[in-house]
Design a protein around this ligand. Structure first.
Ligand code: BG6
Length: 448
């Protein structure tokens, strides 16, 4: 397969999420959501009230995406902008905002990829128990139906839920995202509710005869060990089953990894799963699997005899590994290892690399230009892996740089930048970074 042939079968894009870019938290009828409240409660010194004010700069931003030559753009819809209470009355202004995005992208010939849920839950729904309350699944479906009906024929690529694993881990185990719980039983039940919500949305999408594709977006991490001792290999399996396969397996088969399921139900009494749940999940597998890839994890055995998952393994640093300031290892080979593991276990499946990128504190020079060479190296190394996988026969239909534009990194604030487009946070001026110009050439097939 030549590079040209590979590029014919894949769309190159970039992504953002509503809460991280839009700002305008109280504009035009938007309701309050879980993250609005989170920043109010936690006084971190930053919040999403302005973010990069994409809500008011949307025309300019989309024009810049077009200038970079993006073939597709992944964004999420803010549920509380559409339904301020989470259910009930529709806020037309909210729909109009996304109409503008979708119509402009289509005019530019940029394929819109709409994520239905990227972590910002309407506050009234959080107050009634959030994702732990199974009623929220029905609320989610009500919201999905509105968007399906409204964008039918205009949006062909849909994502149900972004990275349930992150929300489960950070929201219910580590307590660093809303609702800031530390409760394994709740975490496991919530993970199941996310899977049910995603399967039910996929069902509705297909029943409504929607044009296009829908799938869940996961962040599975490949797991390695430094030394292949018997104990470390056991730890590796626990870690992979708990953090990655716990989400991949239901997405591709409708079932949880059996050993881990038995372990969790014995230790934590969760998740509780009915026969109808299995039926729903088995019968509604996504059209593709969304994979967000940033890094691998390396683990070693801790206390394998413990009956708690948190005691069985710990994360270790690779002595000669390359890490960002935020401790994320740069390891492009991990993407290949991960997709191979998924194919070996589950067979061939269409994959969308729905996020890939590097966060660091890049600074503009005296002319306001971001010379983000580290980002270019990171992206180069990763797109090479993607091209290589395509050449090996992997079905990868799209790839998205995280992120199209600098944005709010949830618990890191604004210093950790990801964008191909830089934002001056004092003036909100935008400028294409060196990586944006590099990506443009890459998409055109002109890079070295
Ligand atoms: C993904 C999320 O987990 O990683 C994004 O889908 C997030 O929303 C990205 O921004 C990078 O994570 P962080 O914590 O560095 O912002």
């Amino acid at each position: 397969m030549t590079r040209e042939e590979i590029h014919k079968n894949i769309l190159w894009g970039a992504a953002t999420a509503a809460y991280q870019v839009e700002g305008a938290t109280y504009c035009d009828g938007k309701g309050k959501n879980s993250w609005d409240e989170y920043y109010e409660l936690n006084h971190l010194g930053y919040d999403g009230d302005i973010a990069v004010d994409h809500y008011h700069h949307v025309a300019e931003d989309l024009k810049l995406f077009h200038e970079i030559g993006l073939q597709t753009y992944r964004f999420s819809v803010s549920w509380s902008r559409i339904l301020p209470e989470g259910t009930g009355e529709i806020n037309q202004k909210g729909l109009e905002f996304y109409d503008f995005i979708v119509d402009t992208l289509n005019e530019y010939g940029i394929e819109p990829y709409l994520t239905l849920y990227h972590w910002d839950l309407p506050l009234p729904l959080l107050k009634k128990g959030g994702w732990l309350n199974p009623e929220v699944i029905d609320d989610f479906l009500g919201y999905c139906r509105i968007l399906f009906e409204h964008f039918k024929g205009r949006v062909r690529l849909w994502g149900t839920i972004n990275e349930p694993a992150s929300e489960v881990m950070e929201g219910y185990i580590q307590g660093t995202h809303p609702p800031q719980e530390k409760n394994y039983a709740h975490a496991l039940q919530v993970s199941h509710h996310y899977n049910l919500a995603s399967a039910a949305a996929i069902k509705m999408f297909h029943e409504m005869g929607m044009d296009g594709k829908i799938g869940i977006v996961l962040n599975p991490m490949p797991i390695d060990v430094l030394e292949e001792t018997e104990d470390n290999l056991k730890a590796k399996k626990y870690a992979y089953d708990f953090m990655s396969d716990w989400y991949i397996s239901p997405a591709l088969t409708g079932h949880y990894p059996q050993d881990m399921l038995e372990f969790c139900q014995k230790t934590y009494g969760a998740p509780k799963i009915s026969e109808e749940d299995y039926k729903l999940m088995e019968e509604n597998i996504g059209d593709y699997l969304g994979v967000n890839y940033y890094m691998r994890r390396v683990v070693e055995a801790k206390n394998l005899h413990s009956d708690k998952i948190e005691d069985k393994f710990s994360f270790v640093r690779v002595p000669d590994g390359k890490y960002t300031k935020w401790g994320w290892e740069i390891y492009p080979q991990g993407l290949e290892n991960l997709l191979k593991q998924i194919y070996n276990q589950y067979g061939k499946k269409e994959i969308i690399i729905s996020e890939n990128g590097i966060g660091f504190d890049d600074q503009a020079d005296e002319n306001g230009f971001f010379q983000d060479n580290e980002r270019i190296s990171y992206l180069k190394e990763h797109v090479e892996v993607v091209e290589d996988l395509c050449a090996q026969g992997f079905d990868i239909s799209a790839y998205y740089v995280w992120s199209a534009i600098d944005l709010l990194s949830w618990t890191n604030g604004y210093q950790k930048r990801y964008g191909l487009i830089g934002v001056d946070y004092n003036t909100l001026e935008r400028s294409i970074k060196k990586s944006g110009f590099w990506y443009k050439k890459f998409i055109l097939g002109e890079d070295a």
